[in-house]
Every structure is written in structure tokens, then in C-alpha cells.
Ligand binder design. Sequence first.
Ligand SMILES: NC(=O)c1ccc[n+]([C@@H]2O[C@H](COP(=O)([O-])OP(=O)(O)OC[C@H]3O[C@@H](n4cnc5c(N)ncnc54)[C@H](O)[C@@H]3O)[C@@H](O)[C@H]2O)c1
Length: 382
Amino acid sequence: MKKIRAGVIGTGFIGPVHVEAIRRQPNAEVTAISATSPEKARTKADSMGIEKAYGDYRELLADKDIDIIHICTPNNLHYQIAKEGILAGKHVVCEKPLAMSVEQGQELVELAAEHNVICAAFLNCRAYPLVQQVREMIAKGDLGTILAVNGSYQQDWLFKDTDYSWRLEKQLSGESRAVADIGTHWFDTIETVTGLKTEKVCADFATFYKTRKKPLKSVETYSGKVLEPGDYEDVPIDTEDYATVLLKFDNGAHGSFTVNQVAAGRKNRMYFEIYGTKCAVAFDSEMPNQLWIGSRDGNNQIMIKDPSLMYRNASEYNSYPGGHTEGYADTFKHTIRKIYAAVEAGKDAGLDYPQFSDGLRELKLCSAICRSAAEEKWVNVE
Ligand SMILES: NC(=O)c1ccc[n+]([C@@H]2O[C@H](COP(=O)([O-])OP(=O)(O)OC[C@H]3O[C@@H](n4cnc5c(N)ncnc54)[C@H](O)[C@@H]3O)[C@@H](O)[C@H]2O)c1
């Protein structure tokens, strides 16, 4: 069997997560990585047992042995690398957010349509087994008509003013920070599982730290490096630490969402509650192996992740039997499984995987949310 040969661009926090998840596919192998210098690329490649290492992503794009690229760099490079990747004839997997603006995203969607390659936006939170179970429950009418959707995505890795990342700089990260960085996952998950579209948003933003202490050398995400006072400079911050957004959906349902990157104790918690006319569900990504099901008349239930008890379309998102917990890394495995199935079947096969159009949808939501916060009013999502 000919394997799909992958090249991973960017090897900070998330690049190696992609490498591991690609290696869990029976039909794929990781052929190369690229980093910001040949030396760094070689060191990273050796640490992961990867043969080819490039100091420039364009060399990786020119490599005929590579079928698909995974873009795992800071956000400002997504558009350019995705565009060049498509033009080089590669299938493209692009980390969220797809681009820095709606216009760039639109251009990428059009380019993807013109070329016979698979173009996936890496929106992996929809691939938790119990999130897929919610999707099936809603599709089968178990919840009835959806009345309200509430939730949050909260983290504490930017809790201190000494916490720093390229994500705090607009030119590298984009106009929005918390909403684009993690709100994107929440909205993609909610719109995927409910099938609803967010029609209108009303947002309130806060930047709690108006300045932060920027390390004089670059620091990779979650690297855990402890810096001394002389290692910093004070820099102004102009993106949101926090946002609360009121929502109106296209079926008339209402909702609310909070995103917060300075939420003490919340390590990486995506949470949602969906209230229907028959029952409700609640999911917490820090406890992804259980789903709360709420009833007015019967007993509330906790459904445990167990493929033998789940709807068929959801159970394929499990790797292990009941009682064997699955989590974040497994969402990467299953997202890549779906994308690589599309690579094998072709773009006309109509398989279900997160596409560039889903990435564009997130850019439009983000843009509407930013405009709403700036103008302090309800804004229609394009
Ligand atoms: N889906 C998810 O759950 C998830 C989680 C974390 C990050 N992400 C996304 O992944 C991307 C990377 O985030 P991260 O947390 O890994 O950041 P990071 O800073 O830890 O890593 C980024 C890496 O890209 C490298 N890089 C920069 N320019 C490059 C270039 N021209 N060529 C090759 N490499 C280059 C940097 O040196 C660094 O090693 C972001 O877009 C982020 O939104 C997604």
C-alpha cells in the first residue's frame, strides 16, 4: 500500500502533536519537517526520528516525496504557506485560524476549489467521541428543538503579566487573540454538532493586562521556561484576554459564550451546554470521557464514553473500548484519519472533515465578534 507522505511545517508545541497523530494512521508516514533554520530542523527531526529536515518551508514544498503538508507555524504564516502549498500541488492541513483576515480566507477557499487537492482547516475539538455523540443525538432529534447554547473556553497559561507568546502580538496572531485562538474551537464545535449557524453576535472584550513583560528571546508555547527580571521588556497589549459574546442562532435559539485566557485553574477547558425541548447535554473537554444528559422528568444521566453504547457514527471516533480514557491527542488522530480518508477518496467523495470553508466561517465569526466589541452593538455574521 502506498502511504501518504506528510511534511510538518513548524515544530513548536503543536507540530509534534501532528507528527504523533500522523504516525497513528495506518496509511501515512512523516517524511519531513521544516523549522526556522537547518540546525533547528535537524535537531527536531532527530528528536522525532524523522529523515528529512528543512530550514525553509519552501524546500519542503519543492520535495516531490511529500503529498501533504501540515502548517503548524504562528498564524501570520498560514495564508502564505497554504497558498504556496496548494500551488505546489500538495494537500494542505492548516492549523486554526486559517488566515489573518476574511479576505485571505476567502482567497484560500477559492484557490482550494480550483485545485484538485484536499484542503483541511485543523478544527479538532469536534472529534472528541462524546462531541460526535452529541452531534448524532441532535441529528436524531433526541434533544428536540434547540432553545439555548451556553459555554466557555478558558485557560490560565496567560494568567501572569510575565506569561508571553507570539499570540500576544497582532502582527503574528491577528486582530483577535482569545476569540481567534480558542473561541474558534468552541464555535466550530457548536455549529458542527447543532447544525445551527450563529446569525448575530454582541460582544464585550477585556484586556486585563495593558502591558506585559516580553522576554528578550523567543519562547515556544508551553515550554515552561522560567525567566529572570532582566530578561524582559514591557510591551503594550492590544488584543483581548477575555470576551463574553451573546449569540442568536438561525433557528431562533439564544446563547452565550465566554473566552478567557487568564482564568486561574482552568488549564484548557472547552465547555458547552445545549438545551433542547426534550433534554439537555453538557460537555467539558477536561473530562472528555463523560457527557451529562439532563432531563426535567427522568433522572439526569452521566454517559460514559463507550463505543458499544454510542451511536454508530460517533463510535468510530473511539480508539479504545469503554473505560479506556481518550482525550486531546486522540482528537488529532481522528481528525487526521478523516482528512487522510478524503485524500485517498478524492475531494468529490464528499467525506466529512473540517475544510477551508469551515476555517473561513470561523474568520467571519471572529470578524463580526471583533466589530461588535469595538462598536458596542449587535452585529450580523456575514
Ligand atoms: N488545534 C489545536 O488544538 C492547536 C493547539 C495549539 C496551537 N494551535 C495552532 O498551531 C499553530 C502553532 O502554535 P504553537 O502553539 O505550536 O506555537 P509555537 O510557538 O509553540 O510553535 C510554532 C513553531 O513554528 C516555528 N516557525 C515560525 N516560523 C516558521 C517558518 N517560517 N517555518 C517553519 N517553522 C516556523 C517556530 O519556530 C515554532 O517552533 C498556531 O496557529 C496555533 O493557533 C492549534
